[in-house]
Design a protein around this ligand. Structure first.
Ligand code: SAH
Ligand code: SF4
Length: 411
């Protein structure tokens, strides 16, 4: 049975500093780049000559040791720790709920303070363990300004962009809860990679369009990739976009991570409907941006996500056009069984249709992830949806989300 731990029950919560709403009251050091942190040291009265050294120490405590309380920074004098604590916070967000499914997939609901937006926001982060890797799916916005017709997030107005701190905090919380920092225990029975890190890959595939929150996403990902801190290889970070063309070049040049494109249709007419940003940046421009994506190669392929919608985009002629369109682009194709939500107007393609589609793209040289055992689980869930689309069980939702998230970036 999947387990849900209600963390609004104080006895179930992990131990945290007792200061009330610390994150809401003070600026945070989490998510600051080094220059900003140097400026923060100056504000705290740290002599100029010491600032860089202090920043290095704090960076180490935050991102290698994973501390969330200044009091634990033992290499820093008590005076300075107290001084910093009076001005800044490094506390984690509140974890409202933690869900754990049979296959080890975990989902956290985190609550962040208002940040001037009037009310707190809640964000979901999902962890998918697979053989030899653990992938974390991170959100970049609460809601989305775009209105892709098959996407539940697209029905929710943008509440606000997440800050770099909030994007990064999703990774820090996951590492806390999985025992992926020194002195943090892995929960008993947790399904995690047998050796090494528990979070090996991250994908920006949660809520929101990351390229419409470019600066904060960039800041957070550069910190995640920083070799003296969290040190995730850029090849293990994947950013998914619905096709914000100007942001694609910048992603390659300024962040240097792997790219995933939410393609979903191979003709402009249909893509205009499914992914309306296509009206602004049509297929030709989008694919040109992919062809010239900085750093793209056979070893660093672009993933094309393609949601399988019954009778809409799942014919063999669509598969043929897909192969034709992607010619010359080092690409992988991720076929995603449509995940219905209450009020959605689409159905998931039949399994045989998905297999025929997958066989065709496979035969043309593209690996197809639906053949993994996890994909088989999804088949069951997908079939069930026809009769039970409104009452989809939490485990099935998790399994489907896992399907979308798994298999991105380098092993
Ligand atoms: N906004 C970004 C990243 C978040 S969405 C983007 O669109 O790429 C992550 C992936 O899930 C995208 O490929 C998106 O199109 C897909 N997706 C959204 N809703 C879905 C649904 N109901 N079923 C299957 N895939 C869905
Ligand atoms: Fe959903 Fe992504 Fe489209 Fe936003 S851009 S509506 S998150 S699929």
């Amino acid at each position: 049975m999947p387990a849900t731990i209600d963390l609004t029950d104080p006895s179930a919560r992990p131990a945290r500093p007792s200061t009330p709403r610390p994150m809401a009251d003070k600026p945070t050091l989490v998510g600051m780049n080094r220059d900003e942190m140097v400026a923060a040291m100056a504000d705290a009265g740290v002599p100029e000559k010491q600032r860089k050294m202090r920043v290095n120490q704090i960076w180490h405590w935050l991102y290698i040791r994973g501390v969330s309380d200044f009091a634990d920074m033992h290499t820093i004098s008590r005076d300075l720790r107290e001084n910093l604590a009076s001005r800044y916070t490094i506390a984690r967000p509140e974890i409202v709920e933690e869900q754990i499914s049979n296959d080890g997939t975990r989902k956290w609901l985190m609550r962040f303070p208002p940040r001037g937006a009037g009310r707190p926001v809640e964000v979901e982060t999902v962890y998918i363990p697979e053989e030899g890797r653990g992938t974390l799916c991170i959100s970049s916005q609460v809601g989305c300004t775009l209105t892709c017709t098959f996407c539940h997030t697209g029905t929710q107005k943008l509440v606000r962009n997440l800050t770099a701190e909030e994007i990064l905090a999703q990774l820090l919380v996951a590492r806390d809860r999985l025992g992926d920092f020194p002195h943090k225990d892995t929960p008993q029975g947790a399904i995690v990679p047998a050796e090494g890190r528990k979070v090996t890959n991250i994908v920006m595939m949660g809520m929101g369009e990351p390229l419409y929150n470019f600066d904060e996403v960039k800041k957070a990902l550069l910190i995640a990739a920083d070799g003296d801190g969290l040190a995730l290889s850029r090849r293990r970070i994947t950013l998914s976009t619905s096709g914000v063309v100007p942001g694609i070049v910048r992603t390659g040049e300024e962040i240097g991570v792997m790219l995933a494109i939410s393609l979903h249709a191979v003709r402009d007419e249909l893509r205009d409907e499914l992914v309306p940003i296509n009206k602004k940046y049509p297929l030709k421009e989008l694919l040109e941006a992919c062809r010239t994506y900085p750093g793209v190669s056979n070893a660093r392929r672009i993933t094309f996500e393609y949601v399988m919608l019954k009778g809409v985009n799942d014919s063999l002629s669509d598969a043929k056009e897909l192969v034709r369109l992607l010619k010359g682009i080092p690409a992988k194709i991720n076929l995603i069984p449509f995940n219905p939500w209450p009020g959605s107007n689409y159905e998931c393609s039949d399994w045989e249709t998905i297999e025929t589609f997958a066989d065709f793209v496979n035969a043309n040289g593209y690996a197809s992830p639906i053949r993994t055992p996890r994909g088989r689980d999804i088949l069951a869930a997908c079939g069930q949806l026809k009769s039970e689309s409104e009452r989809m069980r939490k485990t099935d939702r998790l399994a489907l989300e896992a399907m979308m998230i798994a298999g991105h970036g380098a092993d």
